[in-house]
Ligand binder design. Structure first.
Ligand code: GAF
Length: 389
C-alpha cells in the first residue's frame, strides 16, 4: 500500500506533467467495506462501515478560464475538458462524471473552474466504493480551495447529490459517509435518518482476528437497473405500511400486511424483511463490539446478513454465494457480500492464522467454478478523507 507521503508526491508530479503547473494541494478519500447494514441507508436505517487503506487522491488547482479539466492516471487517454457552464447531468459521463458532478454542485462558488488530476488504488466496480472515494476527494479539495464553510456532513450531501443527480446512480449516503467520517481503528455506526454517528472500536488484530476482502472480479454499476429497482420496492413497501422509511417498522411481525397473496406482495414482504432484520443485525453487531464479547460472535450475524441479501433482497450472484460458502468451509467465522450487489466483493472474518487456508479454499472454489482467481487482501479500519499536502 502506498504511503500518504508517496501518494502526494506521485499525484503532484503527475499534475505537473499534465498541466505544466503546480497543484495547489492533494487530497485523499478512502473506499469502504461495510461490516453490516446493507441497503439500509436509503431506508433511514443503520450502517457500520470501515474505511479501507485504499484511497483516491485528487491533485487540484483553481483555474480562471471557466473550464474544468479532468485527468486520471487510471484512464491516461481520456482527458476531459468542459466549460463549467456546460456541465449537465451525464455530460461528461464515465469516471469523469463523479468529479464533474461535484464541481457542478459547487459551480456557483467556483465559476473559474479547476484542473483536477486523480490517482488511486480503490478497486473499481468491486463494491468497495471507488466512486465515493473519487467524489469525496474532490469535494474536500474544493471545500478547502474555495474556503467553503461546509462540515463533513455537508460534504456527504454534496458528493451524494453529484452521484444521484449528475451520474444518475440513486444511492444513499453510506459510501460518502464512510469515506468522509470514518476514523482509523474504528467502524462508523451511523443512523442514516438523523445522521447521528459513533466511532466503534474495531481492532481485530488485538484479538487474533483478520478481516479478509475477496473481490470476485464481477463488476457492478449502480446506475444500472437492479439497485434502483430495490430502492423503488422498498419505497412501495414503506408506502403500503404507512411509514416514511422501512426503518420505522417495529418488527418482522408488522410486515404481515404486505402479504396479500400476490407475487408482488411476496416480493415487497421479502424486501422489507431484509431491511428490518438487517437493521437489527447492525444493532446486534454494534452491541457485541461495544461490550466484552469476543468479536468472533459477530461472524454468524454477518453470515445471516448474506443469507438475507441472497434470499430476501435477491442481490447476490452465484459466484458471491460460492465465495461465502467456501470461506466458511475453510474456517471463516462469518462471511457476506458487501455493497450494492449483483457483483463485487465478499468480506470474511477469520482467525489471523487462517488467512492462508481461507484464501486458498476460496481460490480453489473459484477454479472449480471456472472463474478467474479472486483478488484477496486483509484490510484494517483506516482513516477517512484528508488533505495530504
Ligand atoms: C451502494 C450504495 F452506493 C450505498 O448507498 C448503499 O445503498 C450500498 O450500495 C448498499 O448498502 O454502495
Amino acid at each position: 500500500m502506498i504511503s500518504d507521503e508517496d501518494a502526494a508526491v506521485r499525484a503532484r508530479q503527475a499534475f505537473q506533467d499534465r498541466f505544466g503547473a503546480a497543484a495547489e494541494g492533494v487530497w485523499a478519500a478512502p473506499g469502504r467495506a461495510n461490516v453490516i447494514g446493507e441497503h439500509t441507508d436509503y431506508n433511514g436505517g443503520f450502517v457500520l462501515p470501515i474505511a479501507l487503506p485504499h484511497t483516491t487522491r485528487a491533485a487540484v488547482a483553481r483555474r480562471t478560464d471557466g473550464t474544468v479539466v479532468l485527468a486520471s492516471l487510471q484512464h491516461p487517454d481520456q482527458v476531459v475538458e468542459v466549460a463549467v457552464a456546460d456541465l449537465a447531468p451525464g455530460r461528461p459521463d464515465g469516471w469523469a462524471g463523479y468529479p464533474a458532478g461535484v464541481v457542478h454542485e459547487l459551480r456557483d462558488r467556483a465559476p473559474g473552474g479547476f484542473s483536477i488530476l486523480v490517482d488511486g488504488d480503490v478497486p473499481s466496480g468491486a463494491g468497495l466504493s471507488s466512486s465515493a472515494a473519487l467524489s469525496c476527494s474532490v469535494a474536500l479539495a474544493l471545500r478547502d480551495l474555495l474556503g467553503l464553510d461546509l462540515a463533513p456532513g455537508d460534504l456527504v450531501d454534496v458528493a451524494r447529490r453529484a452521484e444521484n443527480d449528475f451520474v444518475g446512480a440513486p444511492t444513499g449516503i453510506l459510501d460518502q459517509s464512510a469515506s468522509l467520517l470514518c476514523t482509523s481503528g474504528h467502524a462508523l455506526f451511523l443512523d442514516t435518518r438523523d445522521r447521528s454517528s459513533r466511532q466503534v472500536p474495531f481492532d481485530l488484530s488485538a484479538t487474533g482476528l483478520a478481516l479478509l476482502v475477496i473481490d470476485s472480479g464481477t463488476t457492478h454499476d449502480h446506475a444500472e437497473g437492479g439497485y434502483g429497482d430495490r430502492r423503488r420496492e422498498c419505497e412501495q413497501a414503506a408506502a403500503r405500511l404507512g411509514v416514511e422509511f422501512l426503518r420505522e417498522v417495529e418488527d418482522e411481525a408488522s410486515l404481515g400486511v404486505l402479504d396479500d397473496g400476490t407475487p408482488e406482495g411476496d416480493v415487497l414482504l421479502r424486501r422489507a424483511r431484509h431491511i428490518v432484520t438487517e437493521d437489527a443485525r447492525v444493532l446486534e453487531v454494534v452491541a457485541a463490539l461495544s461490550g466484552d464479547a469476543d468479536p468472533r460472535a459477530i461472524g454468524p450475524v454477518l453470515t445471516a446478513g448474506h443469507a438475507s441479501l441472497r434470499d430476501d433482497f435477491e442481490i447476490s450472484i452465484p459466484l458471491l454465494d460460492a465465495c461465502v460458502e467456501s470461506a466458511l468451509e475453510a474456517g471463516a467465522h462469518g462471511a457476506r457480500m458487501v455493497g450494492g450487489g449483483f457483483g463485487g466483493s465478499v468480506i470474511a472474518l477469520v482467525d489471523a492464522d487462517a488467512v492462508d487456508p481461507v484464501t486458498g479454499g476460496v481460490a480453489a472454489r473459484f477454479e472449480r467454478e471456472g472463474s478467474a482467481p479472486p483478488r484477496t487482501f486483509v484490510t484494517v479500519p483506516s482513516a477517512g478523507a484528508r488533505r495530504l499536502s
